[in-house]
Design a protein around this ligand. Structure first.
Ligand code: DX5
Ligand code: ZN
Length: 216
């Protein structure tokens, strides 16, 4: 299981400290949530903050773009340190082209899906084989600390079946409301990557919580 703590839940006045804690921990990636106040009803932070996190990070940055027109910012986020860039299916009328742009920039490509979007809409993108990751939102994007949507398990199983059918290596990432309450069940359903924000940063001992998720 790949663990990607979301720095959205960290103390923004101490991002260097948060990044160094993740470096020491068993986290595999650092999940970076970019919100524009248009695609989602909240604004997080943008390129300079991503660059600043990258300056201290010893782990790959998994950048989740919750923005409209993400195609205009692919190169900029690559330059800001992104190893993987996920764009929302719902924000991309030319998803095929945007995924190619991400690969051409030298990043791993991801598609994020809102809770209401069925996974079968990804069949053509998956079959093409240029999707490295699908990020299934298990809350409505925009805020940390929300309740996990139970229907996600079913979506994980459906997505896993599509991935197996097309014999591709796409990873399944779950984002929102992840904790030790649902992590084992998500793993069993076929999840490969778990994002956790408030569960990690709200804990007394975040490194220990990361270890718990890692050793499911
Ligand atoms: C939600 C973000 C998530 C968020 C998860 O819009 O995409 O990555 O940080 O936070 P928790 O784990 O608190 O639900
Ligand atoms: Zn996210």
């Amino acid at each position: 299981m790949i663990i990607a703590p979301s720095i959205l839940a960290a103390d923004f006045a101490n991002l260097q400290q948060a990044t160094e804690m993740l470096n020491r921990s068993q986290a595999d990636w650092i999940h970076v949530d970019i919100m524009d106040g248009v695609f989602v009803p909240n604004i997080s932070f943008g390129l300079p903050v991503c660059t600043a996190i990258h300056r201290h990070a010893q782990k790959p940055l998994d950048v989740h773009l919750m923005i409209v027109k993400p195609e205009n910012y692919v190169q900029a986020f690559k330059d800001a340190g992104a190893a993987l860039i996920s764009v929302h299916y719902e924000a991309c009328p030319h998803l095929h082209r945007t995924l190619q742009q991400i690969k051409q920039a030298g990043c791993q490509s991801g598609i994020a899906l809102n809770p209401h979007t069925p996974v079968h809409l990804l069949e053509d993108s998956l079959a093409e084989g240029h999707v490295d990751l699908v990020c299934l939102m298990s809350v409505n994007p925009g805020f940390g600390g929300q309740k996990f949507i139970e229907r996600t398990y079913q979506k994980v199983r459906q997505l896993k079946a599509l991935i197996t059918k097309h014999q591709v290596k796409t990873l399944i990432e779950i984002d929102g409301g992840v904790s030790t309450q649902n992590a084992a069940k998500l793993k069993e359903a076929g999840a490969d990557v778990l994002v956790a924000g408030s569960f990690v940063f709200g804990a007394k001992d975040p490194e220990n919580v990361i270890q718990q998720l890692k050793n499911l």
